[in-house]
Design a binder for this molecule. Structure first.
Ligand code: PGA
Length: 243
């Protein structure tokens, strides 16, 4: 795994956006795997800037998001579809038909998960997958557990994740307990993976990710060690425990 250390969140965001922009220019119909959360917000902000100021063209770009809360529709302010609309899609010239975010309101959950993986395959597969990492080492909503799903599936969120994500809700009781998440297998099929992490609260998990060498379902991000093309981009704080 290649590691790039940026001095702060701003430069991490700029570097990531510039890299994505360079790939979009080479392959205008690129398939991007996108993540929600605080971490990629800056990258999306920079992509919007590149669209506005330099005409970066998203008209043929296709996107698949990692996950969505079960029970929330795309209009719900805490849904990941809403997040993506507000922080990226509403501000760029992406074709709405090319946007895929798991549907948290789907009735046939199991069937839908299989369909989501098929849609990714039909698109030709994800060219670049953007990932954040949970303080517990989760990737998307693949939480530490005895077993992890390979394909997209319905997952139970851990107490740790519900607590971390409650900052976006009025109260912790409002945080959904289940989500649709791309599986570790769906993620590892991406041709290139970029994992982003910033801030002191990610320092411990980044140290573990960079310094350890084993794989375990109790540390889902450890599976990234099996992928041939992973770049970790961190800021100084997230890198601060590595000596
Ligand atoms: P964050 O979430 O970007 O809000 O820290 C990352 C994650 O939980 O995967």
């Amino acid at each position: 795994m290649k590691v790039i250390v940026e001095k702060d969140y701003d430069s991490l965001s700029k570097t990531t956006a510039q890299f994505l922009a360079s790939k979009i220019k080479i392959k205008p119909n690129i398939v991007l795997g996108l993540a929600t959360g605080s971490t990629p917000k800056g990258t999306y902000r920079e992509l919007i800037k590149l669209h506005r100021e330099e005409g970066l063209d998203f008209s043929k770009v296709r996107t698949f998001n990692l996950d969505e809360y079960v029970g929330l529709d795309g209009e719900h302010p805490n849904s990941y579809r809403y997040f993506m609309n507000v922080f990226l899609f509403n501000h760029i010239n992406i074709n709405r038909d090319n946007i895929f975010v798991p549907d948290g309101k789907t009735k046939e959950l199991e069937k839908y998960c299989k369909k989501y993986d098929r849609l990714i395959e039909k698109s030709g597969g994800i060219d670049i997958q953007i990932l954040g990492i949970g303080t517990n080492g989760h990737i998307a909503f693949n939480e530490p557990a005895d077993e992890l799903s390979t394909g997209t599936s319905i997952v139970n969120l851990t107490k740790n994740t519900i607590r971390d994500n409650s900052r976006f809700f009025k109260s912790i009781d409002e945080v959904p307990k289940t989500a649709i998440s791309m599986g570790m297998g769906s993620i590892l099929k991406a041709k290139k993976i970029i994992l982003l992490a910033n801030g002191k609260n990610k320092a411990e998990i980044i140290k573990k990710l960079i310094e350890e060498d084993t794989i375990t379902t109790y540390f889902p991000a450890s599976f990234l060690r099996l992928h041939p093309d992973v770049t970790i981009i961190v800021d100084g704080e997230a890198y601060s425990l590595i000596g």
